[in-house]
Design a protein. Structure first.
Ligand code: TPP
Lengths: 249, 373
C-alpha cells in the first residue's frame, strides 16, 4: 500500500491557481487552508476575496466564499460575522486593497473590535493591474507608475500597516510575518493559526501581515524576488508581533 | 389601532416587524431618526445594528449580511446614496436581496437638507456601473412607508434583488396616523447563502465577477429575464384620471398630495384633471398612458426637480400627448396654486396671482444649519 507522505490540503479546491510562477499567494493560501482544517473549522468558514490578484480566491478556498468590492472586504466581513457570529470569517487582502482604497474599512473594523481575521498580503505593489505603485512600495522601487523609483518628496514613505493597526485600541492581535523561506513559512503558519484560534475563542480583531513577493511585478526571477524580501522588504518591514492582547489562545 | 408616527419611524419599525435582522447606517439628515431608532430597537429585537464608518461601509455590511441570508437594510439621504452606488452595483451583480431607503434631499453636491426628488435618475437608471435596475417604491404617505417596507423585503427575497424605497425628507419628517398592521412575510429559501454551513451542503460562492464574455453575458441575460418578470408583475400605480378629465397630472411621493389639492382647486372652476401617481418608479407604469380616457388632451408632470421622471412619461407617451412640466428645486416645495396655474396656462386660461411667500420662506442660514447637514 502506498504511504502518503504529503497531500494537498482539503482546505483548497481542485481548481488550479491563477497565480504567476513564484508568487507568494499560493503559499499563503495553503497556510490558511491547513490552519482551517487543523482547527476543524473549514466547513463553517466564510472567505472574503478582495479585488486584486486573489480576486478568484473564492474558487480556491474549499469553504463558503464571497467576492467583495475593492477595499471593502472588512465591511463585508462585518456584515457576515455579525449575523453569523459562530462562523469563522476571514478576509484576504492585498496592499492596494487594504492599505490604499480600503483604509477606512480596515481601520474601522479593527476599531469596532470585529471578531474576524484579516490576512494582509503586502507585496509592495499593485500586482493585478500591472505593477503600479502601492502605499507600501519601497523608496526608490521602480513600478509602472513610479518609473524613476518611488520618491519620498512626492509620495511619502511606505505605509507601516501593522505598526498603524497596533495603535488601534480594540485590535487584539497584529503580527507581521514573511514567506520567503521555510523557516519564515513555518512562523507565518503559526501566526495565521493563532489568529484563527483567537477568532474561535472570540478574542476579537486579528490581522496577520504577510510580506510577499511579486516576481512579475518586481521584474525579477522568483529566486531574486525571495532574496529581495530578505534584503529590502524585511529591513523596512520588521517582522514580529506588534500587538497581542489575547493572552494564550 | 392607529399610531401617530414620523415617516422615518414608520420605515424603521416596519423593517423590524418585517424581519429585518441587520441594519447598517450612517448619520445624515433628514434620515437620522432611522439609525437612531434602530440603535435602540434592533438589539432588543435580536438583530444587529452598526453605525458604519461611512455609507460605503454600511452598504458593504449589507452585502455581507445579505450574502449570509439575513433580511438586511440600510438607509441614507442623497449624498450618502451617491456613495452607496458602488455597493448597489455589486449587490445587483451578485443577486443579493436587501432594502435600501433614500430619504432624499436636494442637490447636487452637499445641496441642502430640504426635500427633493432629484435622485430619480440615480434610483431608476441603476446609479452605479453596469447593466442593472433595482425596483424602486415611492410612498406618498406615512402609512404607505409602513406598508411598502414589508412589500420591499418580500420583493427583494422573491427576485433576489436590492429594492429601493425613495421618498423625500418631507415625508420622512412628517407625522401621520399609521395602521401598524404586520403583513405576513413571504418566506423564501436561500440555499445560495454563504453562511458557513458547508458541512451540510456543497460550499457556496457569491460573486459578480466573470472574466469570460459569454459567461457574464449569460449572467446578465438571466438577470434581465428577472427584470422582465418584475416589470410584468410588480408595477404599482394610483390612477384617478376618469372620463371627462382634460389633463392628467403625473406626480409621485409626498408632492403628489399637493397635486391633489391643485386638482380640487381646479374642479371648482370647472377644469377637470386627474392624478397618475406611480408607486413603482422602476418598473415604470408606462402602460397607463396608453389607455387614458379620450377626454385627456394634456399631460403635466410635476416634480421637485428640474425634470427627471418627465423623461419616463415622454417615453411612455411616445408623442401621443403634449407633455408639460412643472418643477421646483433646491428644496422649494410647490404650492397647489402653482400647479393649478400651470394647468390654467396649458389650457389658455387666465392664471391666478400667487402671493409672494419669499419673506416667510427665507430662513436664516443659522436656522437651516440647526437641522444638521
Ligand atoms: C474601485 C476599483 N478601482 C480600481 C480597480 C482596479 N484594480 C483591480 S486589482 C487592483 C490592485 C490590487 O492590488 P493589491 O491589493 O496590492 O493586490 P495584488 O494584485 O498585488 O495581489 C486595482 C487597483 C477596481 N477593480 N475597482
Amino acid at each position: 500500500m502506498a504511504n502518503i507522505v504529503y497531500e494537498k490540503s482539503r482546505g483548497l479546491t481542485d481548481t488550479p491557481f491563477t497565480y504567476c510562477p513564484g508568487c507568494s499567494h499560493g503559499t499563503i493560501h495553503k497556510l490558511i487552508a491547513e490552519s482551517l482544517v487543523e482547527l476543524d473549522v473549514l466547513d463553517k468558514s466564510i472567505a472574503i476575496a478582495p479585488v486584486g490578484c486573489s480576486v478568484l480566491a473564492y474558487e480556491f478556498f474549499n469553504c463558503d466564499a464571497i467576492q467583495a468590492a475593492h477595499g471593502r472586504a472588512p465591511a463585508v466581513a462585518t456584515g457576515i460575522k455579525r449575523v453569523e457570529p459562530d462562523k469563522i470569517v476571514f478576509t484576504y487582502q492585498g496592499d492596494g486593497d487594504l492599505a490604499s482604497i480600503g483604509t477606512a474599512e480596515i481601520i474601522h473594523a479593527a476599531h469596532r473590535g470585529e471578531n474576524f481575521t484579516v490576512i494582509f498580503v503586502n507585496n509592495g505593489i499593485y500586482g493585478m493591474t500591472g505593477g503600479q505603485m502601492a502605499p507600501t512600495t519601497l523608496i526608490n522601487q521602480k513600478t509602472s507608475t513610479s518609473p524613476y523609483g518611488r520618491q519620498e518628496s512626492t509620495t511619502g514613505k511606505p505605509l507601516l500597516v501593522s505598526e498603524m493597526m497596533a495603535q488601534i485600541p480594540s485590535a487584539t492581535y497584529i503580527e507581521r510575518v514573511s514567506v520567503h523561506d521555510i523557516r519564515h513559512i513555518t512562523q507565518a503558519k503559526k501566526a495565521i493559526k493563532k489568529a484563527f484560534e483567537y477568532q474561535i475563542a472570540n478574542k476579537g480583531f486579528s490581522m496577520v501581515e504577510v510580506i510577499a513577493d511579486c516576481p512579475v511585478g518586481w521584474n525579477m526571477t522568483p529566486v531574486d524576488a525571495r532574496k529581495t524580501i530578505a534584503d529590502a522588504m524585511i529591513p523596512y518591514y520588521p517582522l514580529g508581533v506588534y500587538k497581542d492582547a489575547g493572552g494564550e489562545a | 389601532m392607529k399610531v401617530l408616527m414620523k415617516g422615518n419611524i414608520a420605515l424603521s419599525e416596519a423593517a423590524i416587524q418585517a424581519g429585518c435582522t441587520a441594519f447598517f447606517g450612517y448619520p445624515i439628515t433628514p434620515q437620522n431618526e432611522i439609525p437612531e431608532y434602530m440603535s435602540a430597537k434592533m438589539e432588543p429585537a435580536g438583530g444587529v445594528f452598526i453605525q458604519a464608518e461611512s455609507e460605503v461601509g454600511a452598504i458593504n455590511m449589507v452585502y455581507g449580511a445579505a450574502a449570509a441570508g439575513a433580511r438586511t437594510m440600510t438607509t441614507s439621504s442623497s449624498p450618502g446614496m451617491a456613495l452607496k452606488q458602488e455597493g448597489i452595483s455589486y449587490l445587483c451583480g451578485a443577486n443579493l436581496p436587501c432594502v435600501i431607503v433614500n430619504v432624499a434631499r436636494c442637490g447636487p453636491g452637499l445641496g441642502g437638507i430640504l426635500p427633493g426628488q432629484s435622485d430619480y435618475f440615480q434610483a431608476t437608471r441603476g446609479g452605479g456601473n453596469g447593466d442593472y435596475y433595482t425596483p424602486v417604491y415611492a410612498p406618498s404617505t406615512v402609512q404607505e412607508c409602513w406598508d411598502l417596507v414589508f412589500h420591499s423585503f418580500d420583493i427583494a427575497d422573491k427576485y433576489r434583488t436590492p429594492v429601493m424605497i425613495l421618498l423625500d425628507g418631507m415625508l420622512g419628517q412628517m407625522m401621520e396616523p399609521v395602521e401598524t398592521k404586520v403583513h405576513p412575510r413571504l418566506n423564501v429559501d436561500k440555499p445560495w447563502a454563504t453562511n458557513g454551513n458547508a458541512a451540510s451542503r456543497p460550499r457556496n460562492a457569491i460573486t459578480s465577477l466573470s472574466l469570460f464574455g459569454e459567461v457574464l453575458e449569460a449572467m446578465n441575460l438571466e438577470r434581465f429575464k428577472v427584470y422582465e418578470e418584475i416589470a410584468k408583475k410588480e408595477v404599482m400605480v394610483e390612477n384617478t384620471v376618469k372620463d371627462g378629465d382634460t389633463v392628467a397630472i403625473v406626480a409621485y411621493g409626498a408632492p403628489s398630495r399637493i397635486v391633489v389639492n391643485a386638482i380640487d382647486e381646479l374642479k371648482e372652476e370647472g377644469i377637470n384633471a386627474g392624478l397618475i401617481r406611480p408607486i413603482t418608479l422602476w418598473p415604470y407604469p408606462g402602460d397607463i398612458f396608453l389607455n387614458l380616457p379620450s377626454s385627456v388632451n394634456h399631460i403635466l408632470v410635476a416634480e421637485l426637480s428640474m425634470g427627471q421622471m418627465v423623461e419616463d412619461v415622454r417615453l411612455a407617451v411616445n408623442g401621443k400627448y403634449p407633455v408639460h412640466f412643472y418643477g421646483r428645486t433646491g428644496g422649494v416645495v410647490f404650492e397647489p396654486i402653482e400647479i393649478a396655474n400651470k394647468v390654467r396656462e396649458i389650457l389658455g386660461k387666465p392664471t391666478k396671482e400667487i402671493e409672494s411667500k419669499i419673506e416667510s420662506k427665507t430662513a436664516t442660514q443659522d436656522e437651516n444649519l440647526r437641522g444638521g447637514i
